[in-house]
Design a protein around this ligand. Structure first.
Ligand code: ASP
Length: 313
């Protein structure tokens, strides 16, 4: 059997800081490349030494399960070395600044940085300071580009295409970087995006700023949506008091299996971590509508594509 040819994606900016401003062609190229790496992985034909001799540093100033581990798996599968810094186990907890931590890491001879931080703009700032490839793994409520890319790959697998798809994003929009990156990505790919949240969890200017429909009632999703992306309430980013109680939020904006089964919705996505019984019922999370595990799997392939394209040259 002939060896499948290696995808050759070129990220011309030399970084992945956000989806905003990316064209449909650029986003599609990344998803195509991730899909190609997925096939290579399934055939056990990944180029195991593509990034041999390269070192990737993960700098996580905020907690992560899926994103950090999937970057690590992706880097290792391509033969790169990976070193991980988290704020609790390093000098970051002794008061070292982000810049100083990053410069320390660079001095060790790393080739790329994957960074997550509670403040929007830190990845872009580090790109200016370090002059190395930087990948944004989530910055405050700003962007989470690899999440949007893996969501797009997942939707394309389920529906065969994204253009024309009706996607509802439901939950804490104000504090969600996943919502922002998905609005840019799905918009560029030609989906019709509706944002649904309590009034206190969606900025009033959102519709005008991002060209999406905004609604505060969820029943429309059951008639209109092909797919929904559910979001966690970002308690760590809230000042509190934005809605009466989790119980009331769940009653008005939580999605359940009987609701979905009686609707036109075919796919339910969630970036995780999920709060069972709040934004998603347990039976829905475990149902055939749930794409949650497929999203996690696709996250590895998207991150493989990104690392390969930024580092193989
Ligand atoms: N894991 C996603 C993020 O880091 C979503 C979430 O935390 O709710 O933004």
């Amino acid at each position: 059997m002939s060896q499948p040819s290696l995808p050759d994606l070129y990220l011309r900016r030399g970084h992945l800081l956000g989806i905003e401003g990316m064209s449909r062609a650029e986003i599609t190229a990344i998803i195509d490349t991730a899909a190609a790496y997925k096939l290579l992985a399934a055939d056990r034909a990944l180029p195991r030494d593509l990034l041999r001799g390269r070192t990737v540093a993960t700098l996580f100033f905020e907690d992560s399960t899926r994103t950090r581990n999937s970057f690590e798996i992706a880097a290792k599968r391509l033969g790169a070395d990976i070193i991980g810094f988290t704020s609790s186990g390093s000098s970051m907890s002794k008061g070292e600044t982000v810049d100083d931590t990053a410069k320390t890491v660079r001095a060790m001879g790393i080739d790329a940085v994957v960074v997550r931080h509670k403040s929007a703009g830190v990845p872009a700032h580090l790109f200016d300071v370090l002059k190395l490839p930087v990948i944004n793994a989530g910055d405050g409520a700003h962007e989470h580009p690899t999440q949007a890319l893996l969501d797009a790959l997942t939707l394309r697998e389920v529906f065969g295409k994204i253009a024309g798809l009706r996607v509802w994003i439901i939950g804490d929009i104000t504090h969600s970087r996943v919502a922002r990156s998905n609005i840019f990505s799905l918009g560029a790919l030609g989906a019709k995006v509706t944002i649904c949240a309590p009034r206190t969890l969606v900025p009033p200017a959102f519709s005008a700023a991002y060209g999406v429909s905004v609604t505060h009632a969820m029943d429309g999703a059951l008639r209109d949506a092909d797919a929904v992306i559910l979001l966690r309430i970002q308690k760590e980013r809230q000042d509190a008091g934005l809605f009466p109680s989790m119980g009331e939020y769940a009653a008005n904006f939580g999605l359940t299996l009987p609701q979905v089964a009686g609707s036109r919705i075919k796919a339910v996505l969630h970036p995780g971590p999920i709060n069972r019984g709040v934004e998603i019922s347990s039976d829905l999370a475990d149902s055939e509508y749930s794409c949650i595990e497929r999203q996690v799997a696709n996250g590895v392939h998207v991150r493989t594509a990104i690392l390969a394209s930024l580092l193989r040259r």
